[in-house]
Design a protein around this ligand. Structure first.
Ligand SMILES: Nc1ncnc2c1ncn2[C@@H]1O[C@H](COP(=O)(O)OP(=O)(O)OP(=O)(O)O)[C@@H](O)[C@H]1O
Length: 761
């Protein structure tokens, strides 16, 4: 949905010929266009302000055929946290300026100096009045907050800084400018494209480092916070708008204008490590970049340690590392983290920073122990709000720990997603620290993204499998409910153990995706027979007893048994499965129709699934259909990932790329495709939204179509409903104009509730 202003073209930007009214809607400038100066416009004119924001489409069908619902552009579980125990409190480090939460008086005269000049001169001096601690004390008296109102207190501390910063961002007219959407704006103009040209000095032939106008605004936003000594920021532009490029240019400008060459630490998912290195080389070849990952890591580690021990300056500008470095407790990883703590980082930058949504995770704590003393913590994420407000709070606390720290309180309980008032306050206060632009705001020639939900109907065998599973679940639940004193119970929540609920739910999801993911074809007798044949071949190791092999095989699904028989060349009267079995699922049948017709029409497709076992089955499906494909999932070597991406983008004979939503859904540029199929949706719609935007991004020239596959009459439909509801919350918090109170019941239908509803049917 297009907003009510157009992008400012490059020409207009260069010539400063656009009208302020086009960019600062909510607080119209008193100047008429004719008053515009010929020199660079005053700072206030550069806001990309947006007024009312679109509400994400609630997903209500706008047009449909029976099985295929086209929905209007929707606005739209993350990684298991691994354990670590080496979180160190390092209290004797110097407290960084950037980390101390401060309150500033902005010197109005600042604007009269050429801003770039000021930055060059390292003019970071600010009139510091008193720190936030004392400011909050004052306000506590004023507002008489409850002692345990940690959220209120944190917001209160933040409010003062936010107010000053907001003035700086929006100008003096913007006192009333408190809507979250206004963070689309930045009124500050510290650097221009000329500064970028001077800083980047690229060496790649046929490549000019030209920022899009909104990207220049983003870089200015970051520079402003740096200039104001704010120790953190979140760049939350929608996926594919070039956050990587904005961040790299920003780091380059720090060196060029402020004599700040780092060191900087960039942390990202493994899949995009190569891409970061490539973009750094392209945009700022003068930076020395060190990829601290894989086998090279241990070699560097010794050298760097001795370097640091001797107090020498870091022999690099940027270190690139993966999140996994902060998740495990191997000796090597602990040593790595110790090493990273030796340097005083200028900027610690987290890409795909929604990975920090859980402040209790080891990842969050370990990374914070390295980042706490950095001058600045910069978070990049296209999906800052994953599920709930407390997850967003984890990001805020990471960004500015002194401001947003809440100790051990249960944030989940305090940050109630139905508290419209709290959402309003959070929006208002977070605004100045977070810059978020949507594609529809800033890309003039944005290719359309068409959303389709494809409902597929199960065939007899799949339906039978599903019904059997439901029946078994009902029997089990009713017998449990019967044991309870209240026989009128209509819910399984609190009756069945949580694990049991989750197991049943996963079982239903599996069958809705593919019936081969449960064991129905191979009987117990078959399994015993297969075990006898597999056992002497050492399929489970030669030490394993036959009984153990039988037991293990009984827990396998049909597809896994088939694969095992295949790989050990076991022949049996009821041996491996045939091609007809792969088509037992409604989704595979739909793909067998859809993919060849898409290929015929010149489309190239990304297929995402959350499960690698489904990717295995999809590989089989593609072999049966006869389409060429590539595959990328968590088991793909990090060094091979970029090669797969390049191959797919450049070789048009490859029709399909199969990706796991976790490993392939973030950060990758796959603009060679123009179609995305979400085979199985996530409860968390942001995960799918990330996946969609692998090809709906800068560089895409064709309209993009997204298909979501939903198996009719199964829990798939519930997952889709829940995802839509979560998107409503996202719109409420991150975009203005949506009143959460009017969005109906936002409480999530949990797995337990879904299962309870299945009891009644
Ligand atoms: N100003 C620019 N000039 C040329 N190419 C650009 C520019 N900005 C972005 N791109 C290209 O657009 C693509 C998307 O950019 P990038 O990967 O930085 O987006 P992102 O916002 O980080 O996305 P995600 O949230 O998915 O990680 C990349 O291929 C990048 O090289």
């Amino acid at each position: 949905m297009k907003r009510d202003f157009d992008e400012i073209s490059d020409d207009e930007w260069v010539n400063h010929s656009f009208k302020p009214s086009r960019v600062l809607k909510s607080t119209p400038s008193s100047k008429s266009p004719s008053d515009l100066p010929s020199s660079p416009p005053p700072i206030e004119s550069f806001a990309f302000g947006t007024k009312t924001q679109q509400l994400l489409a609630s997903g209500s069908p706008s047009s449909s055929s029976d099985d295929c619902v086209i929905i209007t552009q929707p606005k739209p579980s993350i990684h298991a946290d691994l354990e670590d125990d080496d979180v160190e409190q390092n209290n004797d480090r110097p407290v960084s300026l950037g980390n101390r939460a401060r309150r500033f008086i902005i010197d109005d005269d600042d604007d009269e100096q050429p801003a770039a000049q000021m930055l060059r001169e390292g003019n970071r001096e600010l009139t510091e009045v008193y720190d936030v601690k004392s400011c909050s004390d004052e306000e506590e008296l004023e507002l008489e907050l409850e002692d345990d109102d940690v959220i209120g207190k944190a917001l209160q501390k933040c409010a003062k800084i936010a107010a000053e910063l907001r003035k700086d961002l929006y100008g003096s007219t913007a006192v009333c400018c408190d809507r979250y959407a206004e963070v689309d704006s930045s009124t500050v103009r510290i650097v221009t494209q000329d500064d970028v040209d001077a800083a980047c000095m690229v060496e790649v032939p046929d490549f000019q480092p030209v920022l899009k106008p909104y990207q220049l605004v983003g870089v200015n936003f970051l520079l402003l916070l740096y200039r104001r000594n704010i120790g953190g920021a979140i760049l939350a532009d929608e996926m594919g708008l070039g956050k990587t490029i904005q961040a790299i240019t920003y780091l380059m400008l720090l060196k060029h204008l402020n004599d700040d060459p780092g060191p900087h630490l960039i942390v990202c998912p493994a899949s995009v490590l190569e891409n970061w290195e490539r973009e750094l080389k392209r945009w700022c070849p003068s930076f020395s970049v060190l990829q601290y990952h894989g086998t090279a890591r241990s070699a560097y580690s010794k050298e760097l340690s001795s370097h640091a021990k001797h107090g020498l300056p870091p022999p690099f500008n940027v270190i690139l590392a993966c999140y996994s470095l902060f998740e495990r407790h191997s000796v090597q990883q602990k040593d790595d983290r110790k090493l990273l703590k030796r340097w005083r980082w200028s900027c610690v930058l987290m890409d795909e920073a929604h990975a920090l949504k859980d402040k209790n995770s080891y990842r969050w704590k370990n990374l914070m122990s390295v980042a706490r003393n950095a001058n600045q913590r910069l978070l990049l994420t296209g999906t800052p709000l994953q599920n709930d407000l407390h997850e967003l709070w984890s990001l805020l606390e990471f960004m500015l720990p002194d401001l947003f720290a809440t100790g051990d309180v249960d944030l989940k309980r305090l940050l109630n997603t139905e508290d419209g008032d709290l959402i309003g306050r959070m929006k208002s206060i977070m605004g100045p620290f977070i810059l978020r632009r949507l594609k529809s705001d800033v890309m003039k020639q944005l290719v359309p993204k068409i959303q389709q939900v494809k409902y597929v109907s199960m065939g007899k065998q799949q339906e039978d499998a599903y019904k059997e599973a439901i029946e078994e679940y009902r029997k089990f639940s009713h017998s449990h409910i019967a044991k309870c004193s209240d026989v009128n119970l209509t819910t399984v929540v609190g009756v069945l153990p949580r694990r049991q609920i989750s197991n049943y739910f996963v079982q239903f999801r599996k069958i809705a995706n593919h019936p081969l993911l449960v064991r129905r074809i191979y009987t117990d007798e078959d399994v015993v027979r297969f075990a006898k044949k597999l056992h002497p071949r050492g399929a489970f190791g030669f030490e394993c007893t036959l009984d153990r092999v039988v037991e293990e095989l009984k827990s396998y699904n049909d597809y896994s048994i088939h694969q095992l028989l295949l790989s050990y060349g076991v022949s049996d009267s009821k041996g491996i499965l045939s091609e007809k079995h792969v088509m037992l699922s409604a989704k595979c049948q739909a793909l067998a129709e859809l993919l060849p017709s898409l290929q015929k029409d010149g489309h190239r497709v990304l297929v995402f699934s959350q499960w690698t076992s489904i990717l295995d089955i999809l590989e089989w499906t593609l072999d049966v259909i006869g389409l060429t494909y590539r595959r990328l999932d968590g088991s793909t070597q990090v060094t091979d990932r970029q090669t797969i991406v390049d191959e797919f983008n450049n070789d048009t004979s490859i029709s399909v790329c199969l990706l796991s939503t976790r490993a392939g859904g973030q950060g990758l540029n796959l603009t060679g495709a123009d179609t995305v199929i979400i085979h199985d949706m996530d409860f968390n719609p942001q995960i799918d939204r990330q996946a969609e935007d692998r090809c709906h991004r800068i560089g895409q020239t064709k309209p993009v179509t997204i298909y979501r596959l939903v198996t009719k009459g199964t829990v798939d439909e519930n997952v889709y409903e829940i995802a839509k509801r979560k998107l409503t919350l996202d719109a409420a918090v991150l975009e203005s104009g949506v009143d959460v109170e009017h969005q109906g019941d936002l409480s999530e239908m949990t797995m337990g509730e879904i299962l309870s509803s299945l009891l009644k049917a």
